[in-house]
Design a protein around this ligand. Structure first.
Ligand code: 13P
Length: 248
């Protein structure tokens, strides 16, 4: 049995009333999901204080500072996240790489800072459409991943999110994800959970969950509705049961 992960990235969505959705996710997951699935919700920073008090679902940040404290206006340090009960943190999301110039070397530093505080970094990598069209996706992403990995040995998760698949309604194909995740498995080793993200929804989650080196999903839009999110999660459970049956 291996651990699988369903992680919701709410991005810049959600006001205080939406904490109710995290409570709903926690109840639904308790009622319907197997314990070998870790459920994580990453709400915007303003909701972390309330979210950290909800049981049975892990909470993640969407970014953190590579520095411990000091004159970094607008930034949030890892100890600030930790104090709120946060255990995971997304870093290097393509939206931050594009809009905030976040380089892989900074992502690697953030990963080290998170690991040294005992939090799990969720390191995001992915290629733009041009690189996919040039047939250079695997080279591009493995390079980005190598430069974004922590120096320290601690555990981290690696999420493959092709930029062109995010929010487009068109997920990468089973073949594209298989080839990429096999390459990332070689790079990150057998213990690193590998997630796929980019237009995951209940309609495609079953097929994507069956891919050999897919250990879970990083879900954007579809994570904003608790029932939809849990439908996706249930398919990861189902894929793991199929995997176990096949190996008997
Ligand atoms: P969508 O699921 O909305 O395509 O977003 C994916 C994503 O960016 C998760 O981090």
């Amino acid at each position: 049995m291996r651990m699988r992960y369903i992680i919701g990235n709410w991005k810049m969505n959600g006001l205080a009333a939406d904490l109710e959705k995290i409570i709903q996710i926690s109840k639904l997951s308790n009622r319907t999901l197997q314990p070998d699935l870790t459920v994580v919700v990453c709400p915007p920073a303003t909701l972390l204080p309330g979210a950290g008090e909800i049981h049975d679902v892990s909470i993640g940040g969407q970014d953190c500072s590579p520095y411990e404290k000091g004159a970094y206006t607008g930034e949030i340090s890892v100890s600030m996240l930790k104090e709120l009960g946060v255990t995971y943190c997304i870093i290097g999301h393509s939206e931050r790489r594009a809009a905030h110039g976040e380089k892989s070397s900074i992502v690697a530093r953030k990963a080290d800072v998170l690991i040294s505080a005992g939090l799990f970094p969720i390191i995001c990598v992915g290629e733009p459409a041009e690189s996919r069209n040039r047939d250079d996706a695997i080279g591009f992403v493995t390079r980005m991943a190598r430069e974004s990995l922590p120096q320290s040995d601690g555990p981290f998760l690696l999420a493959y999110e092709p930029v062109w698949a995010i929010g487009s309604g068109r997920a990468a194909s089973v073949g594209e994800i298989s080839a990429m995740h096999d390459a990332l498995r070689n790079l990150a080793g057998p213990q690193t959970p590998l997630l796929y993200g980019g237009s995951v929804k209940p309609e495609n989650a079953g097929a994507l969950a069956e891919i050999r080196n897919v250990d879970g999903f990083l879900v954007g839009g579809a994570s904003l509705d608790p029932e939809t999110f849990i439908k996706i999660a249930a398919q990861l459970n189902e894929a793991e049961r199929n995997c176990e049956r096949a190996s008997v």
